[in-house]
Design a protein around this ligand. Structure first.
Ligand code: NAD
Length: 476
């Protein structure tokens, strides 16, 4: 497939293209534009021209465009799922059950949300009345990663557009296809030309040109912590708004009073879903010593049975990781873990499923015997690799949980209600799940603390980010 840029309502090519590789097979299956500052200039100019009309349209009109785009996603859901699986390496069943329905839901959620987003008013006892407008910012940059391609792309562009901004968006160069397909329905959804532009290409080229453009009013970024730090250093001195959703090294804490069967079932998911490439995956599993061996043996037994296969096969539950380079990074962390003294309990090697031997597959890997301070337990691996650490007391569990630079999400398993509240509140993270994982209500704040990011997405928080408040005080 030839992916094209979408600027000012038109599809555009670039002088140079990049190859797009299918992680499931390791083969090139298409090209994507290699955009740079020239393309950014064009997209910014179109978005600026479109802003006065779009920002003055009614919330109802903007919602109707988003709803029609959601209709197109629903109508083409199976095609989108197929392309997401091919482009990313994730199992098609996951794309069909999670990624694509959620992309549709994101668009509908903010179509509805903007119609419930009211301005505030503060009366000053007979003297004056204040009301606070929330105004769109202008042209905003939305930059998204490869792990949940259309899911995270729509999670940003939906609130940005709903709030009346024009958007120049850049999906990951590793997974551009579903965003490109989305762009083919933007006009029929009724968005005026220039309101929603999508550029493809490399982060350090087109991404960097975009965040550094003087007319960008805000940057909404999801990706790695190092990239986030670089973007922050460029955007902050210009006093532009930014929202940064970054990496994690999330703990899953299993207390001995937990429903261990359910904890086991969900920990297997939170460790290896999407090949461990979800920012919310639990990668440090902390287990109370009294149940450590039982839990460990059951988890290893289950993980060892996971079979990788062609992402496009409907029965596949474990697909490929996103790229050869990422696979090498994951493998190098497994080597590092061994060097650091870790024992690999299962996995630790590549897989070559029949028929797709050239793809990038890594066996689910569980490692024990590592201290909390080693690099394996401190750095984000972002693959199907988890470590196990025992603990004795609640205090120790909390200390281990908080002992990284990251603070995105945490999961804890206990049937003790007091403990659940106590430990949840003590965890330094933006989100905590108790006796579940990845149960999402789109109204709730989403984001991390410490090196996991800045700001929150979700619900009205995203609409607040994509608008600026203006207070108007009228003397009575
Ligand atoms: P990445 O930082 O390499 O890239 C993310 C996006 O930024 C891509 O579109 C990329 O092209 C672009 N980019 C790269 N360099 C840039 C630059 N200098 N200027 C502007 N844009 C640039 O991240 P990735 O490898 O695509 O994604 C994996 C990371 O994303 C992991 O660390 C994961 O934890 C994180 N993530 C976080 C969340 C969250 O909500 N907190 C969600 C998903 C993924």
């Amino acid at each position: 497939m030839e992916v094209l840029n979408f600027v000012d309502g038109e599809f555009q090519k670039t002088a140079q293209v990049l190859e797009n590789v299918a992680p499931g097979t390791g083969e090139v299956f298409g090209t994507i534009p290699r955009s740079g500052s020239k393309e950014v200039e064009k997209a910014m100019a179109a978005a600026k021209r479109a802003f006065p009309v779009w920002s003055n349209s009614s919330a109802v009109e903007r919602a109707a465009c988003l709803d029609r785009l959601a209709d197109a996603v629903r109508e083409h859901a199976s095609v989108l799922a197929k392309h997401e699986a091919q482009d990313n390496g994730k199992p098609i069943s996951l794309a069909a059950q999670v990624d694509i329905p959620r992309a549709e839901k994101n668009l509908r959620f903010y179509a509805s949300g903007i119609q419930h987003f009211a301005s505030k008013s503060h009366a000053m006892e007979g003297e004056a009345i204040n009301y606070t407008l929330r105004k769109p910012l202008g042209v905003v940059a939305c930059i998204s990663p490869w792990n949940l391609p259309l899911y995270l792309f729509t999670w940003k562009v939906a609130p940005a557009l709903a709030a009346g901004n024009c958007v120049v968006a850049k999906p990951s160069e590793l997974t551009p296809v579903t965003a490109y397909l989305l762009s083919t329905w933007v006009r029929q959804a009724g968005f005026p030309d220039g309101v929603f532009n999508i550029l493809h290409g490399l982060g350090p080229e087109v991404g960097e040109a975009l965040v550094n453009h003087p007319d960008i009013a805000a940057v909404s970024f999801t990706g790695g912590t190092l990239t986030g730090a670089r973007i922050a250093s460029q955007v902050a001195p210009k006093f532009k708004k930014m929202s940064l959703e970054l990496g994690g090294k999330n703990p899953a804490i299993i207390f001995d009073d937990a429903d261990l069967e359910e904890a086991l079932r969900m920990t297997l998911r939170s460790s290896f879903a999407n090949q461990g490439q979800i920012c919310l995956c639990g990668s440090r599993i902390l287990i109370q010593r009294s149940v450590y061996d039982t839990f460990k043996l059951s988890l290893v037994a289950k993980a060892s049975k996971m079979v990788a296969g062609d992402p496009l096969h409907p029965d596949t539950k474990l697909g490929a990781v996103v790229s050869e380079a990422h696979m090498q990074k994951i493998m190098s962390y497994i080597e590092l873990a061994k060097d650091e003294g870790g024992q690999v309990l299962c996995g630790g090697h590549r897989l070559h499923p029949e028929g797709v031997e050239g793809g990038f597959y890594v066996a689910p890997t569980i490692i024990e015997g590592l201290g909390p301070q080693c690099r394996t337990n401190q750095e984000e691996i972002f693959g199907p690799v988890v470590t196990l650490q025992p603990f004795d007391t609640e205090e120790e569990a909390l200390k281990l949980a908080n002992d990284t630079a990251y603070g995105l999400a945490a999961t804890l398993w206990t049937t003790n209600l007091k403990r659940a509240h106590r430990v949840a509140a003590g965890i330094e993270s933006g989100m905590v799940w108790v006796n579940t994982w990845l149960l999402r209500d789109l109204r709730t704040p989403f984001g991390g603390v410490k090196d996991s990011g800045l700001g929150r997405e979700g619900g009205f928080e995203a609409l607040e980010f994509f608008t600026e408040s203006q207070n108007i005080c009228i003397k009575l």
